[in-house]
Design a protein around this ligand. Sequence first.
Ligand SMILES: CC(=O)SCCNC(=O)CCNC(=O)[C@H](O)C(C)(C)COP(=O)(O)OP(=O)(O)OC[C@H]1O[C@@H](n2cnc3c(N)ncnc32)[C@H](O)[C@@H]1OP(=O)(O)O
Length: 430
Amino acid sequence: MTEPQRVFLVDGARTPFLKARGTPGPFTPVDLAVQCGRPLLARQPFAREALDLVILGCVNVMADEMNPARVAALRLGLGERMVAFTMQINCGSGMQSIDTAYRYIRSGSHDMILAGGAEALSHTPLILRQSAAEWLGRLGAARSPMDKLKLLGDVRPDFFKPVIGLERGLTDPITELGMGQTAEILAHRFGITREMADEYAMQSHHRLAAAQKGDALKGEVVPAFGPDGTVYDHDDGVRPDSDMAGLAKPKPVFEKPYGKVTAGNSSQITDGASWLIVASEKAINLHGLEPIAEITDSEWAGLDPAVMGLGPVLSSTPIVQRHGLSIEDVDLWELNEAFAAQVLACVAAWDHHDFCREVLGFDAAFGRIDRERLNVDGGAISLGHPVGTSGNRIVLHLANAMNKRGAKRGIATECIGGGLGGAMMLEAVQ
Ligand SMILES: CC(=O)SCCNC(=O)CCNC(=O)[C@H](O)C(C)(C)COP(=O)(O)OP(=O)(O)OC[C@H]1O[C@@H](n2cnc3c(N)ncnc32)[C@H](O)[C@@H]1OP(=O)(O)O
């Protein structure tokens, strides 16, 4: 067996995250992947043949771009011999692409992999009801025009009431709970009030607005060019003037009338894509690359789908433990902001004696994450959450934020619908 290889992040980029506004946006998942892949590859010193593999996370794959990883690879000019595959584990898809690259390179089988995530939630398909699909099947099988005409009498008004793919996709198939309802359960369990959730959401918007004004996103966000010539150059869901009075106005969406989760303190429905170049030490030396971070560990965890929002706690705690660290040893955390109540519940769970004893098997509470180290440039509440991309984006941003702040170590972690959690540790390059 070969020694595990060291694995580095070389560079990465993402499109601006574009809010879904009720109609299909200008880009499909593959368009988005191509829009951010082109400038990222153009700024590399190596030839495209140096890439061994392309992996793309995507939850809502469109029927006319099946295996979007391969379609994107071909549109990026990576050549017909490029192997490319798509991964789908809901909100973990974009992180799973990096983790798969990490494990391949670590094993010595590959040297340089393009790992990304792409999602166009504004294009999520509408699904016909079973009754309508069956009727269309009978229509297709009808032999004569008369048989077809007779079938018109079977048309029912509910045929035209589609199942909304996005709503269905954001509902857990086992518990039948919407993702927002799982956040409500956590708010109740950990005593997260509406004010706490709104205050967290306000901070997310203020931090992203500050990041956009400063240089925190420089090089990370590349513009996307629409088919009509429109240039999309910034994340457009941010509300810089968010305040507590404004955030108090939206009514609870998922548990009416007393819930805590609102449009203001939930992640937004958004389109976007991101890529990271993952490389071995050999590839770095061969091409004279300057890595931005080293991947030093990753972990996945399963948990009750009804409290899937605690996925970050269950997936990142084993990493911290394995390396003999404490919560304070992690300089920066990117904890995907599915919902403010869910992020705050994770923070509360780590600081909760009984939870840590019963669920994590500790003698005492694990510790409290300092808010100054958590999602320092905002997150999915202000930025949006294109589900197949977000896990990739938080790793990309963690690497960049660590470099800008001179941090030694960081963890990117996320909850995953269906009851999973994913986490990845990055360290500054020594
Ligand atoms: C594993 C996981 O990651 S699970 C997570 C997966 N993702 C999800 O579940 C998505 C969760 N989010 C959602 O479903 C949607 O965003 C919803 C249903 C909560 C809200 O959807 P929308 O109603 O379209 O939200 P939208 O952003 O348009 O806001 C609606 C209104 O709320 C108010 N509002 C929203 N944000 C703010 C704010 N920061 N300050 C003040 N008011 C606000 C405004 O009145 C806004 O209307 P406007 O845009 O006309 O000003």
